[in-house]
Design a protein around this ligand. Structure first.
Ligand SMILES: C[S@@+](CC[C@H](N)C(=O)[O-])C[C@H]1O[C@@H](n2cnc3c(N)ncnc32)[C@H](O)[C@@H]1O
Length: 218
């Protein structure tokens, strides 16, 4: 896949990515970040439709300040992990959850270098994170971690901007994916279960077209 810009190269330097996201969350409230929505309905529906039981292990990659973890706790899921590069985002979600935060496993890490347990998770969920990886090496590292840390038969739910979505988000270039392109990127380890579009209205009232894709690991 053709590289989009020089951003991809400078971006991979130590600390640049983390400091970008720390600044985003430190200068905007969680509800002002463009991806914010009160409930991630498509994510919740797909997670429920996987049919995993409430003890199943779910990781929300780049969960940020999203309310997915609140809703999953509310629905009774017991093994939740939220991973994000931003300590500010994680602290904000923990503060919102209050006492309930102790029931969640928190990981502050860059997903492209994170050390994750092998064959561990039943569901890998990512809304609006993978599309920021404009460097091929980042995508490779991300996919390798998904393959290694998901159980065989585990589920990968990825929401990216779709081809008619915006080319940038949170001050960064993104890659917009149709499902075929995403399938090519993920490779043979993943088999498509479902793909659906979703229109997200940002806190500033602009529209972002998302593509939600659900794959099963072979
Ligand atoms: C657009 S926000 C989406 C947040 C959340 N998933 C949602 O749907 O509201 C992107 C999130 O990915 C996190 N992020 C970006 N790059 C990351 C990386 N390399 N590793 C882990 N998290 C990352 C950011 O800190 C931010 O919380």
């Amino acid at each position: 896949m053709k590289e989009l810009s020089d951003q991809a190269q400078s971006w991979r330097q130590e600390g640049a990515r983390k400091s970008h996201w720390e600044t985003i969350y430190a200068t905007k409230g969680p509800k002002q970040v463009s991806g914010y929505t009160p409930h991630l309905r498509s994510s919740l529906r797909m997670i429920e439709q996987t049919g995993i039981n409430k003890a199943g292990r779910i990781i929300d990659v780049g969960g940020g300040a999203s309310t997915l973890v609140d809703d999953l706790l509310e629905e009774g899921y017991q093994n939740l992990t939220v991973l994000d590069i931003s300590s500010v985002a994680l602290a904000s979600t923990q503060a919102r959850l209050g006492d309930r935060a102790k029931y969640v496993n928190w990981i502050e890490a860059d997903i492209t270098t994170a050390e994750l347990p092998r064959e561990h998770f039943d569901i890998w969920h990512d809304r609006a994170v993978f599309h920021f990886f404009t460097a091929e090496e980042d995508r490779r590292q991300y996919i390798q971690r998904a393959i290694e840390s998901l159980k065989s038969g585990g589920h990968l739910i990825v929401a990216t901007f779709s081809p008619d979505g915006p080319p940038r988000c949170s001050g960064l270039d993104v890659i917009r994916y149709g499902v075929d392109m995403l399938q090519r990127e993920l490779g043979e380890a993943f088999e498509l279960v479902e793909c659906t579009g979703e229109k997200h209205t940002t806190p500033l009232n602009t529209e972002q077209q998302f593509s939600y894709s659900w794959f099963k690991k072979q």
